[in-house]
Design a protein around this ligand. Sequence first.
Ligand code: SF4
Length: 240
Amino acid sequence: MDNYLIEYLKFLKDLGIEEFPKIRLKKTKPIEKKPEKVEDVFKKMALNVAKCRACQLHEKRLNSVFGEGNPHTDLMFIGEAPGGDEDKQGRPFVGRAGQLLTKIINAMGLERSDVYIANVIKCRPPFNRDPQPEEISACWHFIEKQIELIKPKVICTLGRISTKTILMTTDAISRLRGKFGNYKGIKVMPTYHPSYLLRNPSAKKQVWEDMQKIMKFLAENSETLGEKVKKKMEEYNGKG
Ligand code: SF4
């Protein structure tokens, strides 16, 4: 019997009413808490990132860079940390390297809005130096949560730092790239960072090979992106 009913019966008794009216309790559904939408969780997380002071990188940031794109995507790109342009705009991969990444995404038959783009570290390291291990460990829970909520089928790690962090390995990127690794059951394709490609254009060929492996996997396994990449693959094979 719930508390309300007990109180009500006591109240009737106090009034001297011994014969209680018949009470028909309606069956009520338990109140179900709606799960929060990923978009809403990300909005809150982005505010927390903007206020975060867990490592020294907050001191010189102009803006934190949370990440952007489709939070329901099957494909996530994860880079290392924001650079100068990203720090100014608060958006990931918007400088020259970012423009190259956009071209790569387009060459796969996709738009930036089809995928999710983020970095392991949310604030710019001074002079674009490598993030320190203590900075990565302070920031890790943000990207970990992003991956957990997005649940992509494939993560493409861009460059040495994000590959080593996600795959927890010390192997060189040149050895890791082009082969699917695994992060909590999610396929991980390591490849070179677009800023490396700007310095070493000949490596674009290898990156494109890596992207083709992702495309093939998505064509066979993604309901949302499969058709788009398949269409592009057919175009490349001369059937489009
Ligand atoms: S880099 Fe990450 S941990 Fe460091 S201040 Fe920025 S959000 Fe916080």
